[in-house]
Design a binder for this molecule. Structure first.
Ligand code: DON
Length: 621
């Protein structure tokens, strides 16, 4: 799913960024890197801050579109590419994952194996670039830029002035490359690896690009702005862990203590920080501290962490945030109107249905909360409706747990119905063994109706109702049963039987309300058109009427135009009383009209009472 970029302004987050910008614009400590001569041309006053969100919102202030070279911020992404192209095991045989505690350009190799301590220091990054060179001999630059395009959401390019400047002066890195060759970490001529490394460090980015790349990492490797999966979730986890322990080099320990956010810095002045699952942060300011990290960038991230609680070690506990609502079937009925006979059978058993609405991410914590709620279910519950409308994700790692929990309930004889799982393509829950045993419903109302039908089939032990085809039949079900027989006979003479096929529009919104419908057979839905705000309309069921029930009575009595469409959802037939006949009856048989109006009033009262109870309960639960 891609999100539209939404440039945000004039809200508290934008104000926060502007306050940070003004607070640290005057921080003029540090110095611009010059060991790569081209980098010395950077302007120390340049300063930009960007925050990007998985929902596609971007907040930015200052020099956020100014290009600079990515330098070491390329390293986590190159490491991810090496893991993707080769294997975790192979790369582990070449590069360790331990913080070195040394500077970024230290020759931190394991004395025995010669392996670089981690892929965030130059030695580890050059070793990673070498593996990519071996995997992509000859054409690695194009592959590199294709890959970074997926991460940034736009085509990036190489700053060849910086590339040449570093290539001409990169003697220390060249020594590292040959030392890696000596230990056979690089198994061929190190020059191509060094060349690729110098090119990757010279990729031009903006502060905004880095924020998008950070958000891609925050979204488990999926770029929320393009929808592309640039890095797998499994590799993203590893990259973030290394950014947390090694991303800021020999400042990493202090960083984790003070800031607590996985981050990576670059000597051109960029800092990229990631709040997994929440945010991407980027800053740009070329003046560096003694560790090679941007002075202002570090200050901004430290203030963000402390000021608004972004540290990973400062996560707020969620007490049962997953359970949105949990209630029994008597608190919520489907919108299929039931006949008196059906109500007589259903009502005593409605609390054998439990409805649970869950929300958020069904990660381990979410599953734990669900399991605790399910463990509280009464023994009499035999049908569970699980509504997932507000679930945003069900990670594969935890969907197996949920499947086991639900299967154990099924083994105890509880039928499980899912509703509104559409946001979660079942593919995101591949381990759900119950999927072939679980009915999934697009709407909660449909699941409620299915549960009622299950109860009716369980408990309807009465003789099936007589099939009444004649309105005057005293066994006629539904509200007309309240009329004296002689009145029903008179009424029957004035009503005509109208047949409908499935899909027929029986009443159209705006039509004059001059007909009353009594259902003889079939099923008829009132649909409500709802606009989803972006001009898209969809219809949702307002009510369904079956044999013995009436509809169209409100418009008929008030003589108002119809307010909604009514459609036959199953082939059937209705007796129809037209207004002209109703008016004639008012003169010829006023008593019949009075008892009809009394019956209609009672029926509308029942519907109104049920509706208001449902609405009240929905607010309560
Ligand atoms: O290899 C170098 O020295 C540079 N191309 C990258 C170093 C760097 O960005 C260190 N990060 N703070």
């Amino acid at each position: 799913m891609t999100v539209q970029v939404h440039q945000c302004s004039a809200n508290v987050i934008q104000e926060l960024l502007e306050e940070l910008y003004h607070a640290y614009s005057g921080l003029n400590e540090g110095r611009v890197a010059d060991y790569i001569p081209e980098l010395a041309k950077a302007c120390p006053d340049d300063f930009g801050i960007v925050i990007a969100t998985p929902g596609g919102r971007i907040y930015e202030v200052g020099a956020t579109r100014k290009e600079f070279t990515i330098q070491s911020i390329s390293k986590p992404f190159i490491y991810a590419l090496a893991l993707k192209l080769l294997s975790l095991e192979f790369i582990a045989s070449k590069i360790d994952v331990e913080p070195s505690g040394d500077a970024f350009n230290a020759i931190s190799l394991d004395p025995e194996s010669g392996k670089p301590r981690n892929p965030m220091i130059n030695a580890g990054a050059i070793a990673a670039s070498a593996q990519i060179c071996d995997a992509f001999p000859g054409n690695s630059e194009e592959q590199l830029l294709d890959y970074f395009e997926q991460l940034a959401g736009r085509r990036l390019s190489i700053n060849f002035d910086v590339y040449r400047s570093e290539k001409e002066t990169g003697h220390r890195n060249r020594a590292i490359g040959h030392l890696l060759r000596n230990f056979n970490i690089i198994e061929s001529d190190p020059e191509p690896a060094l060349d690729l490394y110098f090119r990757q460090c010279a990729i031009s980015v903006t502060c905004r690009d880095l924020a998008v790349m950070a958000t891609t990492l925050a979204c488990q490797g999926r770029n929320p702005f393009t929808g592309g999966q640039a890095i797998s979730p499994e590799i993203t986890v590893r990259v973030l862990a290394l950014m947390g322990t090694c991303g800021m080099y020999d400042f990493a320990g202090q960083w984790l203590h003070d800031v607590g956010i996985p981050a990576k810095s670059g000597v051109a002045g960029g800092v990229m920080a990631v709040i997994p699952g929440r945010l991407g942060i980027a800053t740009y300011s070329p003046s560096l501290d003694s560790f090679g990290n941007s002075v202002r960038g570090v200050a901004v991230c430290r203030q963000l962490s402390r000021g608004v609680g972004l540290s990973l070690f400062n996560q707020y506990y969620q007490v049962d945030a997953t359970i949105r609502r949990s209630y029994l079937g008597s608190q919520r009925t489907s919108r299929r109107w039931r006949s008196d006979r059906e109500l007589r059978i259903l009502d005593p058993h409605r609390d054998e249905v439990q409805i649970i609405h869950v929300q958020g991410v069904l990660d381990f914590g979410g599953i734990e909360q669900m399991a605790a709620e399910l463990a509280k279910l009464s023994d009499k519950v035999r049908i569970l409706i699980l509504d997932l409308a507000h679930v945003t994700e069900c990670p594969v790692e935890s969907s197996g747990l949920l499947d086991r929990q639900l299967c154990s309930m099924e083994d105890k004889g509880v039928d499980i119905l899912l509703s509104r799982a559409g946001r979660l393509p079942m593919v995101s829950m591949p381990d759900w063994r119950i999927t072939e045993r679980v009915e999934a419903y697009e709407h909660l109302d449909s699941a409620l109706e299915a549960a009622e039908e299950m109860l009716l089939s369980l408990y309807d032990t009465e003789a099936p109702p007589a099939t009444v085809t004649v309105l005057a039949d005293p066994r006629y079900p539904g509200f007309l049963g309240q009329l004296p027989d002689e009145h029903r006979v008179v009424l029957a003479e004035r009503m005509s039987l109208r047949l409908f096929e499935s899909g027929d529009v029986v009443i159209r919104g705006g039509d004059p309300g001059d007909e009353l419908f009594l259902v003889q057979s079939g099923s008829f839905d009132i649909a409500l058109k709802i606009s989803s705000g972006d001009g898209v309309h969809h219809s949702t069921r307002l009510a369904t009427f079956g044999a013995g029930l009436c509809f169209g009575e409100i418009g008929f009595i008030a003589q108002n135009p119809r307010t909604a469409d009514i459609v036959a959802t199953e082939a059937g037939a209705c007796w129809v009383l037209h207004r002209d006949d109703f008016d004639a009856l008012s003169h010829s048989h006023p008593q019949v009209v009075i008892s009809l109006l009394k019956a209609l009033t009672c029926d509308m009262g029942t519907k109104l009472s049920q509706t208001s109870v449902q609405l009240t309960l929905m607010e309560h639960y």
